[in-house]
Design a protein around this ligand. Structure first.
Ligand code: GLU
Length: 493
């Protein structure tokens, strides 16, 4: 890999929610730029105006910030190579497309949509691949100029060489050879005066000094066209890297739109905007996407800074990557365990407050060590720890009945535990456990029965962080009140 500072860009179209595929391009771009001391750029490719979704651009910027993949140049941060939104660059494309026309590499086409449709149907009948039949390619420049001057509508097409072979070199896949006669005279400038991706991306990558183009493998089909356009301009080509495709979680077939919806109903998502809501961390998500197409050892838990150290585009792989949400869980949980207490406290607090709970920060700091090992996603803090911030809990009376005993027996145990605990000046782990264990011994009950009742009584749930540590944090008054309430519930059964 070159040690020259790389200029990389992520160039999403604001046509829907930010997908993890965009995040993956951005991550690799970011790693390469940081590794080489270069720049990482955000460019918004919004020339397909009919598909632009309001709010999508903001979602992309928010998503990149959430992932902490901060770009050096972009629509909202500026930079020396702007504007960074393609609809703000119309004149630039016009200048360049005119150059191509002047050099004989592009031509105006006046064919109407109706004519093009008729041509397409004819080709279909003859079982040919749809392609432009070249009618306007034959027009003389004078004739074309006359028709433009008379106000006829037109588009600009690329004049693809008809002879020979195009050799396009992808960094991961090597040389890709295509017979030029198989290539089509694609549209560069549309009738609305806006460029297609083919023109806009090539112009912008050149104008913005992009050294490495990392993009999805869906662009492999038009890759020969793109290198032809760059060569027609006489520009230096960037290093081209087409990343691997994503497969369904089953590994069978490409990930589809429908899979994205299904993932959401499963508590997962392929959209970056959902990750925070679902309790995933930027660290977990970055680690997960990093390894879907980059061949560092599969189980590697890496921070983004560690990734920068180890990154090389030579390590990227073109093999398809199945979306494995279990791995997302794994990386998320592993990173959560690495957070400091203060950091994790700050990250889980919003999950409690959004449930309307009033969070005491001192309590929060004390519960973090109890929760940390139990969290796969940050919002798991709710199922394990909401009771710490509630005035009362509402246990299910059935859950208060210890295994092998009835409600009356369970009430008697709760009553005895209440007496033992109220005899203690404070409920601390050290003070409470020995007398309660002694009671277990002398009563001939088993510890699970006694502690199970106390757990459900004080936390309201059957699964909780360690009982005595939890009770200590809940505090003496609340614990005693909750046990009293449990006794009442049991008596009413
Ligand atoms: N706007 C293109 C897309 O969203 C970007 C492809 C590229 O990175 O060049 O697919």
């Amino acid at each position: 890999m070159s040690i020259k500072p790389a200029r990389t860009r992520v160039a999403p179209s604001p046509t829907g929610h930010m997908h993890l595929a965009t995040a993956r391009v951005a991550l690799y771009d970011y790693l390469l730029a940081r590794k080489t001391g270069g720049q990482f750029i955000l460019r918004i490719e919004d020339t397909d105006v009919s598909r632009t979704v309001p709010g999508a651009e903001q979602e992309i910027m928010d998503g990149l910030r959430w992932l902490e993949l901060n770009y050096d140049e972009g629509p909202d941060v500026g930079g020396a190579f702007g504007p960074y939104r393609q609809t703000d660059r119309r004149e630039i494309y016009h200048v360049h497309v005119n150059t191509l026309v002047d050099k004989g590499h592009a031509y105006p086409c006046f064919c109407t949509p109706a004519r093009l449709e008729a041509v397409r149907q004819e080709q279909q009948k003859r079982k040919e691949n749809p392609h432009y039949d070249g009618t306007c390619r034959l027009l003389s420049p004078d004739e074309a100029a006359r028709r433009i001057a008379s106000g006829e509508k037109y588009i600009i097409r690329f004049k693809m060489p008809r002879e020979g072979t195009t050799i396009a070199k992808d960094h991961l896949r090597g040389e890709i050879l295509t017979e030029n006669k198989q290539l089509n005279d694609q549209v560069l400038l549309k009738s609305d005066g806006l460029p297609t991706y083919h023109l806009a991306a090539m112009v912008d990558d050149h104008e913005m000094g992009i050294t490495h183009v990392l993009r999805g493998s869906e662009w492999l089909g038009t890759f020969p066209l793109h290198v032809n356009i760059v060569r027609a301009f006489g520009w230096e080509e960037p290093v081209w890297v087409h990343l691997s495709v994503f497969l369904k979680p089953s590994g069978k077939g490409k990930l589809s739109k429908r899979d994205s919806t299904l993932a959401m109903t499963d508590g997962y998502s392929v959209f970056i905007k959902d990750m925070n809501e679902l309790g995933f961390t930027p660290e977990g998500v970055n680690n997960w996407i990093a390894l879907m197409g980059w061949g560092v050892a599969d189980e590697d838990v890496l921070s983004v800074d560690e990734m920068v150290d180890r990154f090389s585009i030579d390590g990227l792989t073109p093999s398809p990557a199945a979306i494995n949400f279990q791995k997302l869980d794994h990386f998320n949980a592993t990173h959560i365990r690495l957070f400091t207490t203060e950091d994790l406290a700050a990250r889980i607090k919003p999950y409690f407050t959004r449930e309307g709970l009033r969070v005491d920060d001192n309590v929060l700091l004390r519960i973090v060590p109890l929760l940390r090992e139990r969290l796969v996603t940050l919002d798991d803090c709710l199922s394990f720890g909401s009771f710490f911030f509630k005035e009362d809990v509402s246990p299910n009376p059935e859950d208060l009945v210890a295994k092998g005993l009835d409600a009356t027996q369970s009430a008697a145990i709760a009553q005895r535990a209440f007496e033992i605990l109220s005899g203690q000046p404070a409920i601390s782990h050290e003070q409470c456990e020995p007398p309660l264990r002694a009671y277990v011994e002398e009563s001939g009950l088993n510890a699970n029965q006694v502690f199970g009742i106390l757990r459900v009584a004080t936390t309201g749930q059957k699964v909780s962080p360690p009982l005595f540590e939890s009770m200590e944090i809940i505090g003496r008054e609340k614990c005693l009140a909750r046990i009293k309430n449990a006794i009442e519930l049991l008596k009413k059964m």
